[in-house]
Design a binder for this molecule. Sequence first.
Ligand SMILES: [Zn+2]
Length: 145
Amino acid sequence: MTSRIAYLPCDASTEAILCYSLHESETFGRYIGVRMHELAIAHSIVATCERSADGRKVVEVVLWIGTLSGVVPEAVEFCFDACAKGTLLEGTRLVIERVEAKARCSRCRAEFPVQAYFDPCPLCGALGNEILAGEELRVREIEVE
Ligand SMILES: [Zn+2]
């Protein structure tokens, strides 16, 4: 018998790491420290899930990673098992769902998919649009025994 816990609040450390990762990728480029910060993110995910699991074994973790989050899913996956060793998440199935980025035009209000923060509106060419989705880094759900 398992039960599910949904929408774990992103804890402060995860937010901090996310800000750090965005800052870092802007400042130093894509190649520096990627593995390091995904390792820190994986640690933070394990800690968040352990707190919510409240002593029960975690069977599955569903993670949302937005395409604008600056987080590399494969790297999180790579680090997750190592971070989970010896915790309630050892051997847990990790499911990563990508959240496609979407924006709303500041001028014509159209909603459209974006690949990057400053993509112009495809209909009217406006810049500075509102990001609606794609910045997610959160535990969507965990399944516990
Ligand atoms: Zn527009």
